[in-house]
Write a protein that binds this ligand. Structure first.
Ligand code: IVH
Length: 682
């Protein structure tokens, strides 16, 4: 192995590995069409790390191994922008857009021009500087003249190339927006609440807070991403905005997923409605549209005010809010015992769905917003998934509204709430309390967990109330006879449940790691752990340092894992589950081989699962997933808004499956969704 390599060979292999890893980063993060498994990717990265360790002279600032790591920062250095980062004039009003156009027309004195409309991403502005194709600096907007150097943090965002491809200009500053995906935001907030921390108010705050972290490893664990739409200093000239965008794509820089060239302002107004209708299809928060003159050579003529350019304007959509009645506040028990107050609402239409419940986060939040039972409240969707109560409509109070007492509400449920020092959340003191046990068993049996068919919330309730099960391990001792004594259980139903429990014993390793309910370990971290340790024994004996060295496992998660395995009751549980025959080790084989020899290409978006999840389902059946369509492709799975890959499949006569047909091929069983909070709040 590397011990026998000389330094020339090592250099060659290092370069090859770097190029290979960056290619996979691009396939995974930019094109969303991975070619290799996470495990194979990790193996490449590990090999590169080993080489760089053995031959320190080969270390390079643009190595993919440098994406995470590095020492925590003491503070951020101030950097002056070569070209100031000005902002945009905002309007909520279409007439003002027509006025904007009239001004442009007048200033240009007859020169032909057109527009480009782009989504306005609600994130944190960032400027990346590339010199000779290498990322040298990432700076926040700051006051527009100087910003914070957040390079180490930005390096952890994997869709941002450390090295550009395809002969970029010598100096290229690209400007865009770092954001947190809605899905990632919801998961992060759930984790924070579980940890007793204050949830972030919205994805933008969560993103800004993440970028300001002094420890890049924490930043690496946050679901950040970025898109680019403009330039700072640049040694190349692009005639139009569209040309600039297409060049950025060539250099492997991600641009907005959709934009509309428009010949005139009326077309912009129409497309703004198209954009608004798509608002919820974007994975990021989008709060409007940005209208830009397409011809970059006219920018100078149009000029700027001190604050904003005259060649662009932002049109903002009103935030989607609704007013309704808060009927009641109930208590929800989280999977690790956190008690969350939930607003039970008079159903109201909001952002395309009917909202019946909203999270109130914690007691402090209720006090801060002075929310009372019986209030008229304004609800808003903070992320895509969980609506929140923004404020009370105080002027509609009648005097009959009742203040909420968290402790009393818990006591009424027979729950004794305890406050952990330094946390805002209340927790249940007794993890064996039936309500807690029900919550845990439901989670244990859920699709992302042991996927026990037939064991949903109501059956869990029955078996716990009947005293048949006092913990997850008892499930494996259940006998058909015991179930037959329960209401609604006939021979067949009892047999199916026993069979479902039996089948769960051979789930892949990551499932039991998720099902154990270790704080901070969701399905993503469970997968990473299952790939990093051959079996539970190795994981249980890993120290915190070993855990922290793993990609995507930060200090908080690491500590939580160590704490979990050091608790005797948890060790006992694992022993019992092992004795029952539950799988606690990596299985190298695919779950089945029904797709052996079949190659799939995934394109567009599906409703029931992400492309990642679809890929997992295919690989679990022995099939493979590639990024480009050829005549050797067996199937192209085309979701909504499929693009050129679908066209190519049609040209080549490759079989095309829509989402329904794909689900059918999977055996009618959709992939488990990794949406947080499912089966919990909404
Ligand atoms: S162009 C010279 N395009 O919104 C200014 N900005 O409210 C160039 N933003 O400052 C900005 N999406 O931080 C532009 N597609 C987009 C954008 C965008 C989001 C941000 C940006 C800007 C702010 C204005």
């Amino acid at each position: 192995m590397s011990a026998s390599l000389n330094s020339t060979e090592a250099r060659k292999e290092t370069e090859k590995l770097r190029a290979e890893i960056e290619r996979h980063n691009r396939l995974y993060y930019v094109e969303a069409a991975p070619e290799i498994s996470d495990r194979d990717y990790d193996a490449l990265l590990k090999r590169l790390e080993a080489l760089e360790k053995q031959f320190p002279e080969l270390a390079a600032p643009d190595s993919p191994t440098r994406r995470v790591g590095g020492e925590p920062l003491k503070g951020f250095e101030n950097v002056r922008h070569a070209v100031p980062m000005i902002s945009l004039a905002n309007t909520y009003n279409k007439e003002e857009l027509v006025e904007f156009d009239a001004r442009v027309r007048k200033l240009l004195g007859g020169a032909p021009y057109s527009y480009v409309l782009e989504p306005k991403i609600d994130g944190v502005a960032i400027s990346l500087r590339y010199e000779n194709g290498l990322l040298v600096r990432a700076v926040t907007r700051g006051d527009g003249t100087t910003g914070d150097d957040v390079t180490v943090n930005v390096r952890t965002i994997k869709s941002i190339p450390l090295r550009l491809s395809d002969s970029p200009p010598d100096v290229l500053e690209v400007r865009g927006e770092v954001y947190m995906t809605r899905k990632g935001f919801a998961a992060l907030n759930e984790e924070r609440q579980e940890a007793g921390l204050e949830p972030f108010a919205n994805p933008r705050n969560a993103c800004a807070g993440s970028l300001k972290q002094l420890d890049p490893r924490i930043v690496a664990s946050r679901p950040l991403d970025a898109l680019f739409y403009g330039l700072g200093e640049c040694s190349a000239v692009y005639e139009t905005h569209e040309q600039m965008l297409s060049s950025l794509t060539q250099y492997a820089i991600r641009i907005t997923p959709k934009y509309w060239p428009c010949d005139e302002i009326q077309e912009v107004l129409t497309q703004l409605d198209t954009l608004q209708n798509m608002r919820h299809d974007f994975p990021f928060e989008m709060d409007g549209g940005v209208i830009k003159v397409n011809q970059r050579d006219l920018y100078e003529k149009l000029g700027s005010t001190a604050k904003s350019p005259r060649w662009a304007v932002a049109y903002k959509y009103e935030p989607e809010q609704a007013e309704t009645l808060l009927k009641e506040i109930t208590i929800q028990i989280g999977r690790t015992g956190v008690l969350t107050p939930v607003a039970e609402l008079e159903p109201v239409q909001l952002a395309g769905t009917v909202v019946k419940r909203a999270t109130l986060h914690n007691e402090d939040e209720i006090k801060r917003k002075n929310i009372r039972v019986g209030d008229r409240v304004i609800v808003e969707k903070a992320g895509e998934i969980i609506p929140a109560v923004v404020r009370v409509v105080a002027e509609k109070r009648t005097g009959k509204e009742k203040p909420f007492d968290m402790q009393a509400a818990c006591k009424a449920l027979g729950i004794n709430p305890v406050k952990v020092a330094g946390e805002v959340a209340w927790r249940i003191d007794d993890l064996h309390h039936p309500a807690m046990l029900k919550r845990w068993l439901t989670y244990f049996a859920s699709r992302n967990g042991m996927d026990i068919e037939g064991l949903g919330e109501s059956i869990v309730e029955q078996i716990v109330d009947a005293g048949l099960v006092k913990g997850p391990a008892d499930l494996y001792d259940l006998k058909k006879q015991q179930l037959l004594g329960l209401e609604g259980f006939k021979e067949k139903k009892a047999q199916n449940l026993i069979a479902g429990i039996e089948a769960s014993k051979s789930r892949p390793f990551d499932r039991i790691l998720f099902a154990l309910g270790i704080r901070h370990v969701g399905s993503g971290s469970a997968r990473v752990l299952a790939q990093s340790f051959p079996d539970i024994e190795k994981l249980m004996t890993a120290d915190i340092q070993t855990l922290e060295e793993i990609r995507d496992i930060g200090p908080v998660v690491g500590k939580s894992i160590c704490d979990f395995f050091q608790t005797p009751a948890n060790r006992k549980l694992i022993e019992r589950l092992q004795a029952a025959g539950v799988n606690f080790a990596q299985t190298a084989k695919a779950e089945s081989n029904e797709f052996a020899g079949l190659t799939f290409v995934l394109t567009g978006t599906m409703e029931s699962m992400s492309r990642d999840e679809a890929g997992e389902q295919i690989r679990a059946r022995g099939g493979s997933v590639t990024s480009s369509v050829s005549k050797n492709t067996s199937y192209v799975v085309a979701g909504e808004k499929a693009g050129s890959k679908l066209t190519k499949a049609e040209e080549l006569g490759v079989k095309i499956l829509d989402e329904a047909a794909f689900l059918k091929l999977l055996g009618g069983k959709p992939a488990s969704k990794s949406k947080p909070g499912q089966g919990e709040l909404f």
